[in-house]
Design a protein around this ligand. Structure first.
Ligand code: ADP
Ligand code: MG
Length: 586
């Protein structure tokens, strides 16, 4: 049989009716019929070949052909295309399978990350791995001293236990970024020679609820296996944030993680040989449950280094870098007020780079000058303190200190500094908590009034020194604090002329902001709130007047201490006693 492709058919002039006639009259030898095509190939007995249009799937032609014994070949034209089709679909299938495998693989990767996290990501440092020592941490003597205590515990736990001394379970290192918190934690591990498990708290937080919690569990399990050891949780504020704050529900995952952390902290005893160290630069946003005794009950502040500290840090970081003989680190320490340890390290590094660029062997003053210029250009302006701001800070801090001494005695002053502290704009005066209040838990009217006067001491000093119109917003936080106390005096404790009424009905549930917005409609009459406001203003004004009186009487001592503070940046109790020997009488 012929294959149609071997023939060349001429387009026919014959019509459909001709075809039917020809079929009946037996002129046709064979017909090639293509289903779905509207023509057929016809071979006549005389050898002609024609293409003749027919109806779609014409059954009449088929019938006629078989009636007249004409060879009828049904040509499956779909075969060719179906081969092409099937190859195409085969490739499609391949692509599909390939894509599918890819998707499965990537999702399984995500899934294994999310669900099968398995181990916590705690880096495990063996004893040899931590070679940091306390000598490497300079300029933070108080923090280092407190932490050294803990090393004794690891070195000789029985001795401490016999003395009945308790080592805290959790120690929180608080301070601005780059002051050496991580470094201190490493130094403890290095000195005590115990394993050091460190994790950044942000690694606990994952997409799926529950993952962080089991990571915490895992971490503590690992720690128990390796006891005695140190767990170090860096940047704990990322999970330790106050729970339940904000409208619209918090972050469930973070809350669960925090809850788990709290449970784990409660779960081991003082003598299990595990100490949990944590670091943060935002202590103000931490959940109060974290700071309760038995958890992170010990807080160690790592402050920005003062001049002496900066000098030491500079010399630590120039040990490996050859300095020219005429470089005076004292001078550079005084030029770098507000620098953290990390900033100072950076400064020495930059100096070495400038030195190498000059092709010289020793780092000279010019190299350091260039490096300093480069660094301070990129620094936040708050880091570089101008003399004017220094002075303002000094008057504010010393002002408060003076009121505190007048009210509560010289022992109430712990430390005064003009170095910025984490989370706050200015320096601060650390005032020792009142012993009486701690032991008895009683709050007297006199005590609250003196707290307000102390808080307003900074503003009072500004008024006395610079004049009423030259005051600044520096005392903003203090004003907020003193107003809060005044408000409590009036509305909670009944300490004002309004009388013995407690109008404060939402003392504990400020946690759910939404809650208090929605439910706590004020039950105080408009008239009463006016009186309350007036009372608060009255108390604040009178207190400020008192503070101004005290500052005026002690103007001389104020100036003297401010002078020393600007020079030394930090004054502790001992130094304070020395420079203010002939103190204030009012
Ligand atoms: P953070 O307080 O933010 O955890 P780090 O401990 O990570 O700061 O400090 C970063 C780097 O800065 C340290 O690796 C160290 O080189 C340097 N550094 C910071 N503080 C000090 C310090 N007190 N003494 C020496 N180097 C310091
Ligand atoms: Mg750190």
């Amino acid at each position: 049989m012929f294959l149609n492709s071997n023939f060349s058919y001429s387009k026919s002039n014959k019509s459909y009716s001709d075809l039917l006639l020809d079929l009946d009259s037996g002129k046709i030898q064979s017909i090639f019929f293509y289903p779905r095509r509207r023509e057929i190939d016809v071979i006549y007995k005389d050898g002609r070949k024609e293409k003749i249009p027919i109806l779609y799937n014409d059954q009449l032609i088929i019938e006629k052909a078989s009636d007249n014994n004409v060879d009828l070949t049904i040509n499956n034209s779909k075969r060719d295309s179906s081969i092409a089709n099937s190859t195409a679909s085969f490739f499609l299938l391949l692509i599909f399978i390939f894509g599918f495998v890819l998707i499965i693989r990537s999702t399984s990767k995500i899934a294994s990350k999310a669900f099968g996290f398995g181990r916590s990501k705690a880096k495990f440092f063996s004893i040899e791995d931590v070679d940091t020592r306390f000598e490497d941490v300079a300029g933070v003597p108080e923090a280092a001293e407190e932490l050294k205590e803990m090393i004794n515990f690891f070195k000789d736990p029985t001795k401490l236990n016999q003395l009945g001394a308790k080592i805290p379970k959790g120690v929180l290192l608080i301070g601005p970024p780059g002051t050496g918190k991580t470094l201190l934690a490493k130094a403890i591990a290095g000195e005590s020679g115990v394993p050091f498990l460190s994790i950044s708290a942000s690694e606990f937080v994952e997409l799926f609820v529950g993952v962080g919690a089991s990571r915490v569990r895992d971490l503590f399990e690992k720690a128990k296996e390796n006891s005695p050891c140190i767990i170090f949780i860096d940047e704990i504020d990322s999970i330790g944030r106050q729970r339940g704050s904000g409208i619209g529900g918090g972050n469930d995952e973070r809350e669960q993680t925090l809850n788990q952390l709290l449970t784990q902290l409660d779960g081991f005893t003082e003598n299990s040989g595990i100490i949990v160290l944590a670091a943060t630069n935002r202590p103000d946003i931490l959940d109060s449950a974290l700071l309760r005794p038995g958890r992170f009950d010990r807080k160690i502040e790592v402050l920005l280094p003062d001049k002496e500290g900066r000098k030491k840090i500079l010399s630590v970081h120039s040990l490996s870098k050859p300095l020219s003989d005429d470089v005076d680190l004292n001078f550079w320490a005084s030029r770098t007020v507000g620098f953290s340890g990390a900033d100072l390290e950076n400064l020495m590094n930059e100096s070495a780079i400038h030195c190498a660029r000059d092709n010289s062997k020793l780092i000279n003053d010019k190299n350091i000058e260039d490096a300093l210029e480069k660094i301070t250009l990129g620094l936040r302006t708050s880091n570089v303190i101008s003399t004017k701001i220094k002075k303002l800070r000094a008057y504010n801090e010393v002002g408060r200190a003076i009121i505190s001494v007048v009210k509560n005695g010289i022992d109430s002053i712990d430390k005064i500094t003009i170095l910025p502290r984490s989370g706050l704009i200015g320096g601060y005066t650390k005032i020792a908590p009142d012993e009486d209040v701690i032991t008895s838990g009683l709050i007297s009217k006199r005590l609250l009034l003196s707290k307000i006067e102390i808080a307003l001491g900074g503003r009072a000093a500004e008024i006395v020194v610079f004049g009423k119109n030259e005051i600044t917003q520096y005392a903003l936080n203090d004003l907020y604090y003193s107003t809060e106390i005044a408000k409590e005096m009036v509305t909670k404790y009944g300490f004002s002329v309004i009388g013995p009424v407690s109008l404060n009905n939402n003392s504990n549930d400020a946690v759910f902001l939404g809650n208090s917005l929605l439910r706590n409609k004020p039950i105080i009459a408009d008239k009463t709130s006016t009186i309350i406001d007036n009372q608060i203003i009255d108390i604040s004004k009178k207190s400020l007047e008192n503070s101004i009186k005290i500052i005026k009487k002690n103007r001389y001592i104020l100036e003297k201490i401010v002078e020393v503070l600007i020079e030394e940046e930090t004054i502790d109790n001992e130094r304070f006693r020395k420079i203010s020997a002939n103190f204030i009488k009012i």
